[in-house]
Write a protein of this length. Sequence first.
Length: 238
Amino acid sequence: MDAFTTALLSSGNTVVSTLLLRHYRDLGLTNEQFLIYLQLKSFADQGNDFPPTATIAQSVGLSDNQVFQVLHEMISQNMMQIKTTHQKDQLAQDAYDFTQLYEKLAQYVANQETATVKQSATNDRQVVFKQVESEFGRPLSPIELETIAQWLDKDHYSGELIQLALKEAVLSQVYSLKYMDRILLSWEKKHITTPEQVHQEKERYQGNSRQSGQQSNHSSDATKTPDIPLFNIGDQDK
């Protein structure tokens, strides 16, 4: 075994989180700070939790004072701490602790997920407004926009549910938010909150209609009122 292979194996390996590697600058770390973090981690991986700053300085091409200054900056930015441990019958031992850095990374990921969810909700909201306008064939009035906003924000109807109510209104050729509101209210009373439940209710409704047969044919087409899908005529008042 040659000297290089021996040195390579004896030096060990330093494992760095890819997530941290991708986002260390998003957390506020400079390239210089991250390089020193890597040096400190490499020593920690070999069991040395508090290597001399002079050793780190030699590795990264900085002065001892410069390394000390970078470490001080990282501490003031709550990226790291120096912790002292006391063990029985042993001298106190210092160690570089990067728990705060990973806490910042965890918070960053959580914030990104929250931002993604909010963006998705905003996109869904815009889709609902645009689809209603498209099916109605006209711009919505301020009152209509407020009504849809209340469905989303106050009643907490999902965008998918509102779109299904719109579909039922269009199939009945009733281009009215009041009509849609009665559909949504009927579903709410039946605890229908998902598209799957709507489809199940529709199948049940159609099955009951087939079993009861064609009744009330005595009314002329001119006096007929269109059937309101999936809710009873008596449930019109909110």
